[in-house]
Design a protein around this ligand. Structure first.
Ligand code: SAM
Length: 277
């Protein structure tokens, strides 16, 4: 029984880091016009989120995430690209809707570039289908994203961005994420992969990061803590990027001091950026 619903967390600090990286990587890949590209999301969520609904309103996590960047006019250029994309989803001018990873991809991808989305939760898979509407680029399947990934690689286009964003609500997600990434790389070594993980004081996280950092691949790892690393709760998040665009490290280096100042409390550890040189 899946209990995690991303709508409770839409637009929080972890979404900000994840979606900033997603925007920068996808925009880079799409720049190569005329080249085919596929977007694969193993844990897609509901697609897009109403920040006024009962889920998002419960803890209003977006208030300490995207809402802190929303009114700013001094954003570093790379961060402005992400925030402007979110602004584009809110034509009324108020922050009322937050795009999930599928909606971000749908905005950036071109007319002939396909999105392949997996979501296991019955309600969120139904929401995702409703959100995708008549967009013929999008294919939604209510399937286990880890298992599905190996079946869809390598993609016919031979170029793809794969987002692996499990909820880590069950302990096996940690090992599952690494196993899925390793298997995916064996089948499709040239793909670009984004793997999100929570920063928690748990041995599973330490093991996950150690395994990721020891992978013999071209990679970049970025972490954004927003609270002191104490107690049981999530104190930040990280992204592991395989085959990162060469510009990504410099773009993130530009954004991270700003993001940390805007989103983190004064007792939070510093951000981390490793690899990608
Ligand atoms: N990627 C989304 C975004 O950034 O907007 C958020 C995804 S959320 C962190 C994780 C999602 O994975 C949840 O909607 C959950 O229902 C779904 N899920 C959990 N286990 C899954 C599995 N084995 N396969 C596919 N989806 C799964």
């Amino acid at each position: 029984m899946l209990s995690y619903r991303h709508a409770f967390h839409a637009g929080n600090h972890a979404d900000v880091l994840k979606h900033l990286v997603q925007v920068l990587v996808l925009e880079y890949l799409v720049q190569k016009t005329g080249k085919p590209l596929r977007y694969i999301d193993t844990h897609a969520g509901a697609g897009s989120y109403d920040l006024g609904d009962a889920f998002a309103s419960k803890n209003r996590e977006f208030e300490s995430g995207i809402a802190r960047l929303w009114p700013r006019n001094d954003l570093p250029p790379a961060l402005a690209r992400y925030v402007n994309l979110v602004r584009g989803c809110n034509p009324g001018g108020d922050l009322s809707r937050y795009p999930g990873s599928p909606a971000i991809a749908a905005k950036i991808l071109q007319r002939d570039q396909r999105l392949q989305l997996f979501e296991l939760h019955a309600d969120d898979a139904a929401r995702l289908r409703r959100w995708s509407g008549r967009d013929r680029r999008i294919q939604v399947a209510r399937e286990d994203g880890f298992a599905a990934l190996k079946a869809v690689l390598p993609p016919p286009e031979k170029r793809a961005l794969v987002v692996i964003d499990p909820p880590y609500e069950i302990k096996t997600d940690y090992a599952g994420a690494v196993a899925a990434l390793r298997l995916a790389l064996r089948k499709f070594a040239t793909g670009v992969y984004l793997l999100w993980y929570p920063l928690l004081q748990r041995p599973e996280v330490v093991t996950l990061v150690r395994k990721l950092e020891s992978m013999p691949v071209d990679s970049l790892l970025v972490e954004l803590p927003v609270r002191a690393a104490a107690g049981a709760g999530m104190y930040g998040s990280g992204m592991f990027v395989v085959n990162p665009p060469w510009v990504l490290r410099a773009q993130l280096q530009d954004c991270l001091p700003y993001l940390h100042a805007a989103l983190a409390s004064t007792d939070a550890p510093s951000w981390r950026l490793c690899g990608g040189e």
